[in-house]
Every structure is written in structure tokens, then in C-alpha cells.
Design a protein around this ligand. Sequence first.
Ligand code: TPP
Length: 396
Amino acid sequence: MQEPQAWVPTDPRSRPSPNQVVAGLKGVDEGGAELVQLLTPEGERVPDERFDRYADDITVDDLKSLYRDLVLVRRADREGNSLQRQGELGIWVPLLGQEAAQVGSGRALRPTDMCFPSYREHGVAWTRGVDPTELLGIFRGTDHGGWDFTGKRFHPYTIVIGNQCLNAAGYAMGQRFESKVGDPETGEATICYFGDGATSQGDVHEGFVWAAAYDAPLVFFCQNNQWAISVPLDRQTRVPLYQRARGYGFPGVRVDGNDVLACLAVTRWALEECRTGNGPVLIEAFTYRMDSHTTSDDATRYRLADEVELWKLKDPIERVRVHLTRRHGVEPGFFDGVDGEADALGERLRAFCRSMPQPGPERMFSEVYAQASPQVDGQRDEYLEYHASFTGEEAS
Ligand SMILES: Cc1ncc(C[n+]2csc(CCOP(=O)(O)OP(=O)(O)O)c2C)c(N)n1
């Protein structure tokens, strides 16, 4: 097992008072000395002794492709937000600011790896080949997620905080029991996404304990976006989150979550650890939620604009753009082309959303089990009869 990074406890007297925390006066924007970074916010490539080798093969074309993913994922997210505002979706969960953490880690996965998302992972979904249109039903309230979970190896979204860590731990233990671990080429791994607030949930703790006890090939990927709705990180933990792993007996790493290259490299390392039998691993992607928690939330009520302004300077897309332009001489035409693709994606999403059919009343019963169940069939028939009892306007 690799040694976790060292941690020096902060002086308790320097901790913010509860009032400062509640008022959002103590915004965090520095990841500390342990932060793994390969691309600075200014777009400069900086060396990293430990993780460079996991990014050495990344070509300019790969970087352009990562940039394209970041831009398209952001556009899909912004369209989702707008569609909610136009009344086409019941709610939207924005990922603004977290594109690099999601695209970088998602692009590190192989098709055979399994992925357990929370509810904000639209960027990871993108890297698994789930089209953004497939996410819309959840937020329009017409289904629970319509993609092919087993084929894409991307589990349904989980709204119950931290619960997916248990599913993921069980799945990864299965990979271990079925001897799918050991060979770096063919070995499988699982990745589980959750937020900083989720680390206070029992399910996440249980997931850590089980995964550690069974050496499960599981990467716990925590997107620390600094806020659990209106609760800041200081109310979740007294130690940096990545250091928690040590107490469970596995390594933890803090990566710059706004640096797509670093997220890719660190996740590749973590997956390799898992595939070869050295899992589990905890990655804390140090990032920031630039928008409200959901479209039902108003972040301006609990955090200061200054904090948001600070994080704007660390934008995950801008740094790749600057790097491609300055270091590799990529011409504006490339960026214009990606913007054009983003416009087309936005149009496609809007058109799809507005033409989504309203599912029939039997739909909530039809996809429950793979094989017919007399109980569910009975409930369906009863409900259809009840539904048919309404007439005219009452029924619509
Ligand atoms: C078990 C449970 N408790 C409470 C909630 C309500 N809830 C929804 S999101 C959220 C905050 C989650 O914050 P975090 O884990 O940091 O993830 P983020 O939304 O910031 O990505 C809470 C408490 C829930 N969905 N499930």
C-alpha cells in the first residue's frame, strides 16, 4: 500500500467560528501543499514526480478532446438549467465548475470498469456514452433514468446521499470474489462518486469499512465542492477529507478538481492500484460548485459573491484553452468549432426535451422487474382501473 500524504493538523484556534461559517465568511479556495496539480489555473504544465507518468502519453489531440468534452458537458448542463427555468424540467442539478473532476476521472475508466454515480454526475455520464438526452427523464419526472445501466456500466443516479457507496462496495467485493482483480491489463475496478457532505453519512463510512476489509477494487471519488447545500465543509470535518482514508487503512489523495489532466492522472493511478489488488483508494477532488445546489436552491443566501469570484479564476475550461493556445499553438478555429458543436448540442437537447412523450400510467410498473411479478401486475391493474375512472378534463 502506498503511504498516504502527510497531514499537519490545523491549530483549532485558527478555525472559523460557527457564525463565520454560517455567514459564508470563511470561504476555502486553497487546496494546500498536498494538492496534486498538473495544469495551473494559468494554463501552465507543472511537473509532478508521482503522477506525471499517468499523463505522459496524453497528446495534444487528447487534450483537445478533453477540452471538447469539458465544453460540451458544460453546455449540456447550462441547457438543463435553462430548460428547468422554462418549466420543461421539474428540477435540475447543476455541475457548473465540476466539469474537470468528472471528465478527467471518467476518461480514466475503461469500458469494463463499473461506475456508481450520485445525482450530479452528468459529466461522468457523458464519458460513459450516456447521451445527455437520456438524463432528462429523471428531471422531467417521467422516469428514473433510461440508459442501459449494464451495457454502459453506469449505475442509475442515487438521490439518497451516500447510499451508492454501499452498492459500489458490494459490487467491488464481487469483482474481488470473482477474481477479476490482479492483472493490470484485464483487471476490473469500480468507481463511486459522492460529495463532501456525503462523507458525514453512515453509508459512506460503512462503504469504506467493507471495501477496506475486503481489499475491494474500489475508487471512492469525493467531489469536494465545499458546500452540502448551505452547509460548508467546516461543518463536516476537522481534517482534510483525503486524510480520512488513513483511518480505514487505504491511501487518500487530494487532487485539484478543476484540473482535468491531474484528475485523469490521479484516477488512472487509483484504478491501477485497484486493478492490481491494492485497492481501495480515496480521491478527494478539491473543487467548487459554481451554481446553486439545484434549481430549487438560492446559493446567494448563504455564501458570499467574493468566494465565487475567487473560484472563477480557477475555471476548469479556461486553463485547458490557455494551455492549448500558448503551449501548443492551437488556432482559434478549433475553439470556434467546439463552440459550434456546443450550439448544436444545445439545440438538440432543447428540441428533444420539448418533444418528450408523456409516459402512460402503466409505465411506473412496467420496468420494475425483469420478469413479470403477480404483485406488481396486480398493483398496475388496480391503478389503471382507478385512472380510467376519471373522465374528460379530470383525467388530463
Ligand atoms: C440520506 C439523505 N439525507 C439528506 C438528503 C437531502 N440532501 C440532498 S443533497 C444534500 C447535500 C449533499 O451534499 P454533498 O454530499 O456535498 O453533495 P453535493 O450535492 O454538494 O454534490 C442533502 C443533505 C438526501 N438526499 N439523502
